[in-house]
Design a protein around this ligand. Sequence first.
Ligand code: ADP
Ligand code: MG
Length: 823
Amino acid sequence: KKVTESASKRSYEEAAKRLKLEAEDRTKILPKLRVQSRRKYLEKRKEDKVIELEADIADDEYLFDESVLTEKEKKEREHKKTILQLAKEHEKARELENVRRYHMPRDLGKGEKGEYIEVDENEKLPHSEQRKWEQEQIKSAFFKFGAKDAKAQDEYELLIDEQIDFIQALQLEGNKEKKQDEEKSEYQKIRMTIEETKKSLPVYPFKNSLIEAIKTYQILIVEGETGSGKTTQIPQYLHEAGFTKDGKKIGCTQPRRVAAMSVAARVAQEMNVKLGNEVGYSIRFEDCTSDRTVIKYMTDGTLHREFLSEPDLASYSVMIIDEAHERTLHTDILFGLVKDITRFRPDLKLLISSATLDAEKFSNFFDEAPIFRIPGRRFPVDIYYTKAPEADYVDASVVSVLQIHATQPLGDILVFLTGQEEIETCVEMLQDRTKRLGKKIRELVILPVYANLPSDMQAKIFEPTPEGARKVVLATNIAETSLTIDNIIYVIDPGFAKQNNFNSKTGMESLMVVPISKASANQRAGRAGRVAPGKCFRLYTAWAYKYELEDNTVPEIQRINLGNAVLTLKALGINDLIHFDFLDPPPYETLVLALEQLYALGALNHHGELTKAGRRMAEFPTDPMLAKMLLASEKYKCSEEIVSIAAMLSVNSSVFYRPKDKIIHADTARKNFFHRHGDHLTLMNVYNQWVGSDHSVQWCYENFIQYRSMKRARDVREQLVGLMERVEIDMVSSISDDANIRKAITAGYFYHIAKFSKGGHYKTVKHNQTVMIHPNSALFEDLPRWVIYHELVFTSKEFMRQVTEIESKWLLEVAPHYYKSNE
Ligand code: ADP
Ligand code: MG
């Protein structure tokens, strides 16, 4: 046994080493990969990305307010940030030495430098085709910044030694021409009063006819360009028209938390009321409404849950399913639910609002409901593609921003990135570069926006740009249609977004960076033409756009895990899911897998009906396995601990932080929390000690723990405790008996078991898949025989993250219907 153990340890070490090498090597690998097919590159990129993304996963999930920090806490945070930034800069300085921007070699096979010429024979064809295609398609002249203005160009070249060649390919047509006075008035908009702004929106002239249409028809599809005022204005119109007189509310769903919060804040401001009173919002783990609330913005997931307590939506007079084109899982399921309700609630008005051309499809689904089109106003947008693919789109975005800033007339810039981490990197790079350029360039106001950003920072993106300065907003695809930032003239689109994908064969779910669709690309470009003719810079080639991007994004329902959705539907009494009224049905296998899992968890009986346990599980807005774990804590008398663990798991990837210059310290600090039985209990240790320190910022700082994550965990925990009360589970502690805690975890996650095998690695019990313990785990060196894992992440190997040792006989105890004894 000894032999296998050390052999396996060695292979672990090797894997870890390889991972590290690969990360270091990335800058060298990329240029080569560039010449390989884009697809291979993307796959490689995905793998590399996963590690970086881990930290983002939890971040995108939750939103919390940071404005409550005290001055001292803020200072400490700043200090921490500076240290982190210094570390990153250090790292970057090193990287910069190696990175050279890749230009497509003139002649394939004969690059200027050795590193470019590794061309796969098979790859020659597509590239020569690509060149031909591009030559044919792109008749327009070469576009270089400042080409018209030789002086600006020279100055620019003095300033920045890198630049990207763009080619103008086509123009996104607008229906407006630039008129001198009009453009001016649009610019002046920033100084308009709220009343004037409201009147300037495209939806305003249609106020009365829209209200008429809503009064006439029960269901109406509303289609209008992003920024026309659908989300902020229509609920107000309805309120004014008396739809809230009888004490009923107007509801409006949003696929994104940030949008729900930000729009509610804006509407409260427009109506001159306090947020949370007449106008409020409700998102997972946070309800900012009151008895007085008449306009309520919420996430689509929240409305899902409201169906559980109010299946006929009796407290609403109007329900608006907004951003319908986003086709999130929750929105898709809502379509079926609200359609059903309108049949027995003739007084309920239903609006389906969408930014793009899916209106016909929605109309067909909703029994030929009429479509109300709000004519958009859009100025033409010139579209530019890069001449060659860009190896690093974050870096390329930075260069493009500076190029625009140095050579183009004033007007704000919007950059689309995939997540918080990327955005923060970009902010830092821009800050650093502009600082170095100093007074040589105009002021550049750099603003990030992503799901997890504190709300006061979110509000900043809407503040008018100071005179003579330029604003650059770095956003996730939240700015694609959910939020409209005025005065954007330039859009930079690297062509990627983060997407959740589920593999029904392995049951594995993962968040990855994928290329966007053509539809998304055009939405993004459209953001540049709202107030004046604009320009969109795509950091990919025209060829890639034409041949490598899908036309439309696949709806979420067809690509993610349905466990939670199925549980909610079952809890709503919808038993026949196969025949549920889906706009686009989910794949059969995914549905079956979800049912199977719910059955195994005891949430469904043999007839596929919800059990009592299932009903209780449905109370939790979480993955069914996590819900089951929470329920099981009742039996094992450890609800206090399990609730802490659940809360920590929801933020786990961002609990520990490792500044580059203090990696050893950080790792030692982390090891001090290690529990000998694994990571769940390690997380519990962290939480309990933080509580012991009286939730101290200083404590976090000293222990290399992210304060923000801890605060979030505390909020989530509070919500969970409330839900435990609802399902009547008392909060009791079993801190001295960790076997009980581990049993409760096992009761929820017995699907996620792996056994140490003879070959020196782990095999999952369900699919006999080879997996490894993540190098960050407390058990990385122990390799116990049986482990339970929270999730799998795929990088170069399948890694189990958040691993805890269990005893095999517990499986018989917690899931006797699922595991049989071999004896
Ligand atoms: P749509 O839903 O049709 O895309 P919106 O109602 O979201 O349009 O936007 C209408 C206008 O309201 C836009 O000009 C936008 O800039 C402005 N707006 C939306 N949210 C805010 C906010 N939080 N602060 C300031 N302006 C906002
Ligand atoms: Mg909207």
